[in-house]
Structure formats: C-alpha cells, structure tokens
Design a protein around this ligand. Structure first.
Ligand code: BDR
Ligand code: CA
Length: 311
C-alpha cells in the first residue's frame, strides 16, 4: 500500500476524502492525519479530523494539530460554506480518541526522515501552511517526498474566494509558493476538475441508500454544503473537491490533465493567491505540476460509493 500523510482542514469534503482513504487500506496506508487552520480554526479542524476517524472505526489513527494561522497573513475561514463547526449537517458527538502531543509539522518532518526516500506521498486538502513550514524548517525532507497530490487552485474556472483565487491557495499564498517552487512532483486538483465532480441528487441518494452510518453522514454533509454551491453556481449539486485527491491515488486513469508550469501570485492585492497556470505553454518555464482538468465523474462517484459502503 502507498504511504500517505493527509493534511487537512475538515470541512465536509475533506471528511469524505479521509473516509475514502481509510476505506481503502489495500491501496493506501495513512501514516497520520495532520490538521491545519483553514475552513474553520485549528481547534475545530483537529477535532473534526478525529470525529471522522472514529466514524471510520479508526480510533488508533494518529491525528496531529499543526499551524493555527498562515505563514504571514491573518487566517481567512469559510464558515459561509461549511457552517460554524466546519462539519455542519448531521449531529455528531465529540470525539473521545486522543489528539497526539506532537506538532503536525514535527510529525511530517520526522516521518519523511524515517521512511525510505520517495516512499511517502503528501495529500494536502487545505491551505499549505503545515507542508511549507515543514519544508522551510527541514529542507532535507523536500527531496525525500515521493509526490504531492493536492486540492487547490483554478484556471478556466478561476476563483471561489476572490475572482482570481481558490480558497486553499488564497488563504496561505506564501506557503503555496514554497510548495509549488519546491521541485517535488505535484499533482494539482483545481476547481476546473472538482466542479466537474458534482453531487447530483442521484449520487447523494446512492450514499444514503448504502444503509451504513458513513453513507448517511456523507449524504447529510452533502445536503448541507450543496445549498451554498447550488445557489451560487446554479448547478445540480456541489463540487466534491478534496476526495478527488484520494481518488487520483486509487484510480489515476479517471483524471486527465497537462504537465505545465504553475506559479503562485503573492504580491498583487487584486489577484493574490492566483494559480498562474501556463496551460498553453507560452513561457519557457519548466513544468512543475500535473494540472488536472477533467474527471470521469460517474467513475469517480462509483468508486466513492463502493468504498464508503465498506465502512
Ligand atoms: C477547498 O476549500 C475548502 O473549502 C474545501 O474543503 C476545499 O479544500 C475548495 O476551494
Ligand atoms: Ca479542504
């Protein structure tokens, strides 16, 4: 199984991504889950991460709290999408499994130093603060990362938090610039792909019809956050962003994209956090990312439903 660290700010779509990974032990070995401030403050994201592990029956999964604010800016949150708790929708009890004492950044550094070079993949589902802080503090680990598969950015679809920027990159653009400039092979799931993975009624009802608690939670989370996106974009259902990252590890053939150069805007107030994606190759800058543009949405939901059924 492929070793990964999930770095996350749950978030209902983060929650579905974590469930997908925990439901796939034959392919994916989750070494730990590191929480970061993003959709809601860190106190909630680390708690939500533990709620999700308990829901998946993985009380022994190590969960770490990381950075509580971006590297150089004030935290921007997204309660308008995810609700006050970050996991609004179904009623869920507080977790009883422990939070690890170690800081998430130290866990990332220690794990990459301990494991064989190029054997650990990082899966960021929120702002890139934890990852960039680890890279800055321990440059020796950068060359040891196998791959980074992340949700963030936008190109044709452009922004969801400003006209120019996607939330995860916008919240900590300096961190994103470090990660995109790190030289680690990147796979990027921007809004262009996640807005093609919509939670239609039929897809949500398929989760509910599974009859297990995880299926019911996925359906109820989706019921909650759909409201925001459907009103906003006028589409049938909401984009299920973060599970695209884990689905890519399981079934890369569901996705298509281009190897291109992607740079992060960190200066302009107007376009702060924009992923400047050289889709047409107009610069001579070397490619640093596989920028994904399309997904087989039916295949993606079939995979997700089949895995959630296992929990
Ligand atoms: C990203 O921002 C968050 O609100 C979601 O969890 C996702 O990671 C989408 O822009
Ligand atoms: Ca997220």
């Amino acid at each position: 199984a492929r070793k990964i660290i999930i770095d996350t700010d749950p978030g209902q779509d983060d929650a579905v991504a974590i469930l997908l990974a925990l439901a796939s032990p034959a392919e994916i070995d989750v070494l730990g889950i590191t929480a970061v401030a993003g959709n809601v403050p860190l106190a909630l994201t680390q708690k939500n991460a533990r709620i999700i592990c308990e829901l998946a029956g993985k009380r022994d999964m190590p969960v770490f709290a990381g950075c509580d604010r971006p590297m150089r800016r004030k935290l921007v949150t997204a309660e308008h999408v995810h609700g006050k708790t970050g996991l609004d929708g179904p009623q869920m009890a507080d977790p009883t499994m422990p939070l690890q004492d170690q800081h998430a950044v130290d866990f990332i550094i220690e794990t990459l130093r301990r494991e064989a070079p190029h054997s650990v993949t990082l899966c960021p589902l929120g702002p890139l603060t934890n990852i960039a802080t680890a890279f800055e503090r321990a440059p020796d680990i950068v060359g040891r990362v196998q791959q980074i598969v992340l949700m963030g950015g936008a190109y044709f679809e452009v922004g969801n938090i400003t006209p120019a920027a996607e939330f995860n990159i916008y919240v900590d653009p300096e961190a994103a610039a470090i990660v995109f400039g790190s030289g680690v092979p990147l796979v990027v799931m921007p809004l262009d792909v996640t807005h093609k993975a919509l939670t239609t009624r039929a897809r949500v009802e398929a989760f509910r019809a599974l009859g297990n608690e995880a299926g019911r939670m996925v359906a109820e989370w989706t019921d909650f956050f759909e409201r925001f996106d459907m009103q906003k974009y006028g589409c049938d259902g909401a984009p299920l962003h973060d599970p695209c990252v884990i689905a890519y590890l399981l079934r890369p053939e569901l996705f298509t994209g281009r190897h291109i150069n992607v740079e992060i805007e960190t200066q302009s107030e107007l376009t702060l956090g924009m992923t400047v994606a050289d889709w047409w190759g107009v610069t001579k800058r070397p490619a640093n990312a596989l920028f994904v543009g399309a997904v087989d949405a039916d295949g993606f939901y079939a995979l997700l439903t089949e895995r959630i059924a296992r929990l």
